[in-house]
Design a protein around this ligand. Structure first.
Ligand SMILES: [Cu+2]
Length: 177
């Protein structure tokens, strides 16, 4: 009986190790927050043409603040988040500097790897867009779905296997004694 008890303990430990909560995946949520008082790590201005962001492509570190700043421009501009690169429609619930202005100081702090794509709404048809890549950028969609489905499958398969192994071992040991 002592051996069976030991095996039962082993099974309990095994099921804890196989539990989905023990997955090593770190699921950090990427955020972009408007922070009017933050210090600027990077500044995006209006290009001399007056109708492009400069720089339009920017790579920053996790936790950096990007400031969109211009003063007395001939035309009014804004910064509005879009769903993805190449799109010029505003993202529902996305970040926005509000109405287009000739003078602007808009600051956003980024936490977590992500691609922040944005457009200047009055000049969307002129392709006045930009992208801020934070850290490694957006994770690849393929690895996202692949890892989540495999981590769900593993525990459901491992637990019955452990029970079968336990029963088999107990039967062999019972015959010997
Ligand atoms: Cu503009």
């Amino acid at each position: 009986m002592r051996i069976v008890a030991t095996l039962l303990c082993t099974l309990v430990v095994f099921s804890f190790l196989a539990a989905p909560g023990m997955s090593e995946e770190t699921d950090t949520t990427a955020t972009a927050v408007v922070t009017p008082d933050a210090e600027c790590d990077h500044t995006v201005r209006i290009a001399p043409s007056g109708i492009k962001f400069s720089p339009a492509t920017l790579s920053v570190n996790d936790g950096d603040t990007v400031c969109w700043q211009w003063t007395d421009e001939s035309m009014a501009h804004n910064v509005v988040e879009t769903a993805a690169e190449g799109e010029t429609a505003a993202l529902d619930g996305g970040i926005s500097s509000g109405e287009a202005k000739e003078t602007e100081d808009f600051r956003v702090t980024f936490t977590g790897d992500q691609d922040f794509t944005y457009v200047c709404e009055p000049h969307a048809s002129s392709d006045m867009v930009g992208i801020v890549t934070v850290g490694e950028g957006d994770p690849a969609p393929a690895s996202e779905t692949g890892s989540s489905s495999s981590s769900e499958d593993a525990p459901g398969f491992a637990a019955p296997m452990a029970v079968v192994a336990l029963v088999a071992a107990a039967m062999i040991l019972a015959r010997r004694e």
